[in-house]
Design a protein around this ligand. Structure first.
Ligand code: C2E
Ligand code: MG
Ligand code: MG
Ligand code: MG
Length: 280
């Protein structure tokens, strides 16, 4: 799978930048050409329900460049955003994901949920909503089979713009998930007003849950709040059986992480679906 193939190149990017061999302008120029050179592609990480069945996937973007190696998305997305490339990159991400996941569903004769990460900059783009619905309808996917992952940083922006737009998206049938929950700023009163379906407990809590009682208590509190609001609770970054056991005991309903599967390229994802139980 992808992580193995590029094992060494993942680390190449950061040192090159730190040594000043690469500057932002070089990288920006390379990124500008990346789409046309087919260096950008999508991988998909399975999401697992309480019974161990796959109910969905999270789409994650990758940039594989000859010189830079595999550049992590949290490094190149900010560059794309700062240089005005994000509308084009975002369109590629949405279009490719919807087409590939539709193809997979037809090929396997199954349906499942697809989650897309949407940054605050993307969310604030002109006609974001109209373009998204256009692509979903073009792929002939049911609105309810889509989920948008947003983060708490969204609410630094104008809530009077964000909230009606989120409601419109939710009213169209799409699901909304609050990603990296617990790391950012969001007041409980805002949480109550939001049309969200799921909380994703940040990996940092999952990482420490076995040996840090504070992390465990935080997770317990997050789950209590989420359940009171009738939300699904997903734990991200689950790497061991022990983590799964404690998270299940605390009341998590959904799981994602290397313990189940890494983010997978299309063909490997297809094989994973063929060999695992799919939620009905
Ligand atoms: P995120 O949405 O919170 O995604 C989870 C990240 O954790 C992913 O990193 C995933 O590969 C990684 N991960 C999942 N399970 C495990 C695990 O068990 N152990 C470890 N160590 N890591 C795990 P990735 O793909 O590098 O993405 C990082 C961030 O970049 C994402 O965080 C998301 O904020 C952003 N991102 C990725 N793809 C997209 C995209 O298509 N659009 C936008 N706007 N942002 C994206
Ligand atoms: Mg995410
Ligand atoms: Mg996350
Ligand atoms: Mg995260």
């Amino acid at each position: 799978y992808e992580a193995k193939k590029y094992k060494n190149s993942v680390r190449l990017f950061v040192p090159l930048m730190q040594e000043g061999y690469l500057n932002r302008v070089n990288v920006e120029q390379m990124l500008r050409k990346a789409l046309a050179k087919h260096e950008i592609y999508m991988v998909y990480q399975p999401q697992i329900d309480n019974n161990g069945a796959i109910y969905g996937v999270e789409a994650l973007v990758r940039w594989q460049n000859e010189e830079l190696g595999l550049v992590p998305p949290d490094k190149f997305i900010p560059i794309a955003e700062a240089s005005g490339l994000m509308p084009e990159l975002g369109h590629f991400i949405i279009h490719t994901t919807l087409q590939e996941m539709k193809t997979l569903q037809i090929t396997l004769g199954v349906t499942f949920q697809t989650s897309l990460n949407i940054s605050i900059k993307q969310f604030m783009e002109a006609h974001f909503f109209e373009k998204l619905i256009y692509e979903i309808d073009r792929a002939k996917l049911a609105h309810v089979s889509l989920c948008l992952e947003i983060t708490e940083s969204l609410f630094i922006e104008d809530i009077d713009y964000i909230l009606p737009l989120l409601n419109k998206i939710h009213d169209m049938g799409l699901h909304i998930s609050m990603d990296d929950f617990g790391t950012g700023y969001s007041s409980l009163s805002i949480l109550r007003k939001l049309p969200i379906d799921e909380l994703k407990i940040d990996k940092s809590f999952v990482d420490t849950i076995l040996n840090d009682i504070t992390a465990e208590k935080m997770v317990q509190n997050i789950i209590t709040i989420g359940k009171n609001l009738d939300l699904y609770i997903l734990a991200e970054g689950v790497e061991t059986k022990e983590q799964e056991v404690i998270l299940k005991n605390l009341g998590c309903d959904r799981f994602q992480g290397y313990f189940y599967a890494k983010p997978l390229a299309y063909d490997t994802l297809k094989a994973f679906f063929e060999t695992h139980t799919i939620a009905s």
